[in-house]
Structures are given as structure tokens and as C-alpha cells.
Design a protein around this ligand. Structure first.
Ligand code: BG6
Length: 511
């Protein structure tokens, strides 16, 4: 029955991208991300026939949970959050290989028990298994987990062989440069970099991968992709949701740490990097790091490159919503930004003089992520009479979500005996061409980590390069408290202070 829902390319993929026999161990197994994303991702890989025949799932958490109960929780998570219905035969195959180990994160003996648990699975099966650890816990326990994976010998399992142990780490990779460096040092004291898969789920989104294909599998873009033709680039990651029940987390984070430093910077890196010499993970990541390193330090303070704001009460999706300072768990005088906008300059041959504008906010007018490349205006010699000719700058926009697709604004003659022009939008929509049931980011990323393909993961130096850029901004904001914090009505396109980042004649898009 599931066949009709399957992506047409997946069967082909499965032939070429077989994962070795694997046990996935999830730390933080009773957490929100496990239920919403990880279990459904594993299940959907099962539906698509992409799990290895010998696949095992082990949940690990502080709370003692009997195996049966963990399997029930997992089935409930699939029913609630999977993009496809629970099919009994697929789930029963996964469930038969699903178990749970209870233990603290700072308890070496518990990790020894985990090691024995894995060895027992291998003995029963009669073969060795690649172990993929998935650290999906609050960052406060990243270090003890990593250290105990080292101390128990689990991190070095089968090192030197193709099915060596691997570890996936969820964000945040630190909260500033110093903590990111400390985390990387802990990781490297236990794992070799090639074993490490730092997740930024934006890289698993289909449209983000398509950006690489559009740029490098078409010949029309590359000649135009530079300062000679491009006026400016705007990258937007806007959300309708507020902080909801995550106030405790968000107060420590804010838009810059939560979205800009990671997700929007990944979009920027893929948009601005040079063509890599191959699609090999290191080749792609080398180019990303290179372009991140070419970004000029940000100017803070009035008239600088950054703007921040908090949402005030307003209306989203036809409903009245509270302002940030009234949300649960938020300090009444909080200096945490729910919106940040940045102006970046990339000082290299390709981009010098082309501003990159980044913004992200909660409670904005609409949920939309897009990369918009605006080309220089044509010389106004022929169609210059403003009354008759409504000329727009050509803009190529990659819509990451929702309504995934690509569009190009072109100026066109309005049919008629008089010569008048109007901008029109030429669009490609994924859902129209390929159907709408595309894999979720986590499916792709879990599969890639099982296979050992790190292309869509963040390398340690990449995370540090991005923190290096933003740490002075965070320090500055900390030093000035709420000074310079603007507000925007929930449901709007953001604060007025962000407009000051744009050069005269440019405006933030309202996609
Ligand atoms: C997460 C942030 O990384 O990304 C959340 O912590 C945010 O605050 C989420 O809501 C957005 O992801 P997506 O895939 O819904 O755009």
C-alpha cells in the first residue's frame, strides 16, 4: 500500500546507498525530539526499505522504561508525528529489534551496561554491528555522555574498520566561540572528526540540497553568480510560532543563537561558496568554511550591521497572541531577542560589495524560509518612462519552505497595442512536479550518518567560524542590556530598526 506514496527515486537510491548492519542508540530517548522527529524518521526509512536488514534501535535515558513501554511510546510517536501512517508490518519488524537501557549520563557503569547490551545483540545475531550514537539531550549533558562513550570503549568500537562507531550531535554546538571550542575539544578527545556528525536539520531539507543542484547542475547561473550581476542577497527564516512552552530554553538562546548562527548561515554558505572540486564531504565543507572565513567582522552599536527586537502582542493567523514579555517563563525585563537581522559583507573576489542580508524571527507575518538573489537593474535607457513601464529587478528566489520551489521575476510586455511592461513571476513548485510527500530532513540525515556520508553535517571548524563572527555581537548585546532592542507587532514583517541595515532603495521582502 505504501508504494503509491514512495518517492520515485528512492528505490534507485536504496540500491546504491545501502547502510551496513547498524544499531542506533538514542540518548534522550524520552525527549521531545525523539518522539517528533527521530522515531518517525527511522520508521519512514523502514517504509522506504532503506534500513539495513539487521537494524536495531536502543533508547537510552534516565527514566527507567520497560522495553514494551518504550515500543508503545515509539508507536504512539509514529501515529502522531510521522508523515505516513503506521503500517503494522513495517513497524513490527523495527519493534522486534527495539529495546531500552536506563542510566544516568554521568555514570560510567551505566555506559558499561550499554556496551554489554550492544554486545549481547551482536552475539545473538552472530555478527558485528556499526553503532550510531544519537545525542539528543540538553547540552548540559553533552560532555558527560561523550566522556563516558570514551571511557566505556564504545567510541572506539571497530575504529579502523568501515563499520566503526559514529556519533550524531544535535545543536546547540556551544553558545559562543569559547564554549564551542570547549565542546569540540571534548568531542575530539573521544572521537576522530570523521566519526562526528553535527546536525543542522536545515541541511537535510530537500530544497536546501536542491540549492547545490541548481547552482552546479545548470550552466546558466554560474556566469551571473557574482558581484558583476548581483545587487544583493536576502535570506529569510521567518516563523509564525512564538516561543510556546520553550521559554526556559529560549531565554538562554534568542534568535541569533537559535536560528541565525546555524540555519541561516548554512543557507548563506551554500549560496555563496565556490564550486567544490567534488561532492565529497570534505570538498563541500572546505568551500563552506572558506566563504565563512571571508565574511568581514560585524560592526555592533548604532549604525552597525545588526538589529534585534522582541515581538509585542499582535495577530497571527487570525488570532490574538501575547507579546514575548508576557509569555510563560520569560523575564518581564528580558533582553532576549526574538528577531535578529544582520548585514554581512563577504570580502572575496566573487562577492566584494554585494550585501547579504539575513533575518530570522518568531511571530512574523508568515512562516517562510527563502533565499532571494536580486540582480542589478537593467540600464534604464529603453524602458525608462516610469508611468508606462513598471520594471522590477530580476530576482531569483529559492523557497525553502513551505510551497517549496524556485521562482524568477522577469519584466514582460503586457499584451496590447501600447508597449507597457509588468513584472511576472516564473515558478517551479516541487509539489506540482514531484508530488508533496518528500522525506523529512531527519530521514535523510539519519540515513547519511548510517552510510557514513558527512556532506550534510557541520564540521567542527565550520561551527567555530560561525561563532567567531557572532560572539562579539552577543557580547555587545549582553553589555548593553535592553538598549537598542526594538519591538514589532506579532504578525508583522519585523521591526523598523532592521530597515536601517538596508541601503536606500532596498526593502525587506514580504515573501
Ligand atoms: C530549531 C529551532 O532549530 O528550528 C526552533 O530551535 C525553530 O526554534 C526550528 O522553530 C525551525 O525549524 P523548521 O524546520 O520548522 O523551520
Amino acid at each position: 500500500m505504501a508504494d503509491t506514496h514512495r518517492h520515485p527515486f528512492l528505490h534507485g537510491l536504496s540500491k546504491h546507498r545501502g547502510a551496513p548492519p547498524t544499531v542506533v542508540v538514542i540518548f534522550g530517548a524520552s525527549g521531545d525530539l525523539t518522539a517528533r522527529k527521530l522515531i518517525p524518521a527511522v520508521y519512514n526509512l523502514g517504509v522506504d526499505g532503506l534500513l539495513p536488514a539487521d537494524f536495531f534501535l536502543v533508547g537510552y535515558g534516565r527514566k527507567p522504561i520497560p522495553d514494551d513501554e518504550f515500543r508503545t511510546l515509539a508507536a504512539d510517536a509514529i501515529k502522531e508525528f510521522s508523515r505516513r501512517e503506521l503500517e503494522a508490518d513495517v513497524w513490527s519488524r523495527i519493534a522486534a529489534h527495539t529495546s531500552y537501557v536506563a542510566g544516568a549520563y554521568d555514570e560510567k557503569e551505566a555506559f558499561d551496561r550499554l556496551a554489554q547490551h550492544i554486545t549481547a545483540i551482536e552475539k545473538k545475531l552472530g555478527r558485528e554491528l556499526q553503532v550510531l550514537f544519537y545525542i539528543s539531550t540538553p547540552p548540559s549533558v553533552f560532555a558527560p555522555i561523550l566522556q563516558n562513550l570514551g571511557a566505556s570503549g564504545l567510541a572506539g568500537k571497530y575504529l579502523g574498520q568501515p563499520h566503526h562507531a559514529k556519533v550524531i550531535i544535535e545543536k546547540p554546538f556551544g553558545k559562543d566561540l569559547a564554549s564551542a571550542q570547549a565542546l569540540n575539544a571534548t568531542i575530539r578527545s573521544v572521537f576522530e572528526e570523521h566519526q562526528v556528525y553535527r546536525i543542522d536539520h536545515y541541511l537535510g531539507k530537500e530544497t536546501v540540497q536542491d540549492l547545490l543542484v541548481q547552482r552546479f547542475a545548470n550552466s546558466i547561473f554560474e556566469p551571473l553568480w557574482n558581484r558583476n550581476f548581483i545587487d544583493s542577497v536576502q535570506i529569510t527564516v521567518a516563523e509564525e510560532v512564538g516561543v510556546g512552552s520553550r521559554g526556559g530554553y529560549y531565554e538562554q538562546s534568542g534568535a541569533l543563537r537559535d536560528m541565525i548562527q546555524n540555519h541561516t548561515m548554512q543557507l548563506l554558505a551554500l549560496t555563496a561558496m565556490e564550486p567544490p572540486v567534488s561532492l565529497d564531504a570534505e570538498a563541500v565543507r572546505d568551500e563552506k568554511v572558506k566563504v565563512l572565513k571571508a565574511i568581514q567582522p560585524l560592526v555592533t552599536g548604532p549604525g552597525g550591521d545588526v538589529a534585534r527586537a522582541q515581538y509585542a502582542a499582535g495577530m497571527v493567523g487570525g488570532k490574538n497572541v501575547k507579546g514575548y514579555l508576557e509569555e510563560e517563563g520569560i523575564a518581564p525585563n528580558s533582553a532576549t531577542e526574538t528577531y535578529a537581522a544582520i548585514r554581512l559583507s563577504i570580502n572575496n573576489w566573487r562577492w566584494q560589495g554585494v550585501p547579504f542580508y539575513l533575518r530570522s524571527g518568531k511571530r512574523m507575518a508568515r512562516r517562510v524560509s527563502e533565499i532571494a538573489i536580486t540582480f542589478r537593474r537593467p540600464p534604464g535607457t529603453l524602458f525608462a518612462d516610469g508611468g508606462r513601464f513598471d520594471l522590477a529587478a530580476n530576482t531569483l528566489s529559492f523557497q525553502i519552505q513551505p510551497d517549496e520551489g524556485l521562482s524568477l521575476i522577469l519584466n514582460t510586455k503586457i499584451p496590447g497595442l501600447e508597449t507597457r511592461t509588468q513584472p511576472v513571476k516564473m515558478s517551479f513548485r516541487y509539489a506540482t512536479t514531484f508530488g508533496s510527500n518528500t522525506p523529512e530532513a531527519y530521514e535523510r540525515l539519519v540515513l547519511d550518518a548510517m552510510i557514513g556520508d558527512g556532506t550534510l553535517f557541520i564540521r567542527g571548524d565550520e561551527a567555530e567560524t560561525s561563532w567567531k563572527l557572532y560572539t562579539p555581537v552577543l557580547d555587545y548585546w549582553k553589555s548593553v542590556g535592553r538598549d537598542g532592542m526594538d519591538t514589532y507587532a506579532a504578525g508583522s514583517w519585523g521591526p523598523a530598526n532592521a530597515d536601517a541595515l538596508l541601503a536606500p532603495g532596498r526593502a525587506w521582502r514580504q515573501p
